[in-house]
Write a protein that binds this ligand. Structure first.
Ligand SMILES: Cc1cc2nc3c(=O)[nH]c(=O)nc-3n(C[C@H](O)[C@H](O)[C@H](O)COP(=O)(O)O)c2cc1C
Length: 272
């Protein structure tokens, strides 16, 4: 295991700006995260899926509503259909396990209906956000649990490119939405991945009030860090800015997700 100082150096692409006094094994796992997109074919150990979901369920959940569910997909044919819907991402085919993380208001709706209770609160944007937050916190707990077991993971936001077709493939009831997928498996040692640098810590951390005073110089410095990273990885691009700005240029940059509001209404969400 490399030292925390070395890991932080990789995380920021420069010497750490602080002394990491209280690092723990859990923090080391988090700092070492990198998305994995090449996997060995080996299945995950029996029982591990359930342990990952137990870790996910241990995440905090708004008002203890637990407004999320997860579908584990291992059938190669179903994975292939979902991979196509997510933009033909080959790592979905390669990974032995695909977890589909769902914002799920349907269970609360059914529970209310069973008890003839009014459930109009579910029709509001707030409850949709609650479900997305719950699903996301649960997923990230599972991600850290998997990584602490030596597995690699990659989130798959591409599952939002065609939300209705994904819902049909998973036979989701109304008011249930696949926020993202997550591929999980044993990383292929022949294709190791490197820690991808992040914005300088002071760019994202303000004290007391929001502070942009050093933002321009920090982003310029990060552009140069990412230029070196892309070059070392033989990836296209000279800077982070050059990578990020085209992704927010307009609706055409959103891979069909510019129609998400309409898709969510078709899936039965009120979003008032
Ligand atoms: C919500 C979410 C959706 C993502 N969707 C995809 C995806 O569809 N395909 C993919 O290859 N990576 C996807 N990623 C991975 C990001 O590209 C990756 O986290 C980012 O480039 C930083 O790299 P790192 O995770 O290796 O640090 C996604 C990440 C998140 C958090």
């Amino acid at each position: 295991m490399p030292s925390i100082a070395d890991v932080l150096q990789a995380r920021y692409g420069t010497a750490p700006e602080f002394v990491p006094e209280a690092a723990t094994d859990t923090i080391a796992v988090q700092l070492l995260h990198r998305s994995v997109r090449s996997f060995k074919p080996d299945a995950v150990k029996p029982g591990l899926l359930e342990l990952l979901v137990a870790a996910a369920q241990s995440a905090p959940t708004s008002s203890h509503l637990q407004a999320w569910s997860v579908v584990a997909v291992q059938d190669p044919a179903r994975k292939a259909r979902l991979a196509k819907l997510a933009g033909n991402q080959k790592h979905i085919l390669e990974a032995p396990l695909l977890l589909m993380w769902l914002a799920d208001l349907s269970r609360l709706r059914r529970t209310g209906q069973d008890r003839k209770a009014v459930t109009d609160g579910l029709d509001f944007l707030e409850m949709f956000l609650v479900a997305v937050m719950d699903a996301t916190l649960a997923a990230q707990n599972a991600a850290t649990a998997a990584e602490s077991n030596g597995l690699g993971i990659c989130y798959i936001g591409g599952m939002r490119n065609h939300p209705e077709q994904v819902a049909a493939e998973l036979k989701l009831p109304p008011e249930t939405f696949a926020v993202f997928g997550m591929v999980i498996g044993h990383p292929d040692p022949a294709k190791p991945t490197q820690i991808k640098p992040r914005l300088n810590l002071k760019t994202v951390l303000s004290h007391e009030t929001y502070d942009t005073s050093r933002e321009k110089e920090s982003i310029a410095q990060f552009d140069s860090v990412m230029g070196q990273f892309y070059h070392a990885q033989s990836m296209n691009g000279d800077s982070w800015t050059e990578h990020a700005l085209p992704r927010i240029h307009g609706p055409e940059s959103l891979s069909n997700r510019e129609r998400l509001n309409e898709a969510l209404r078709i899936l039965g969400f009120g979003l008032k």
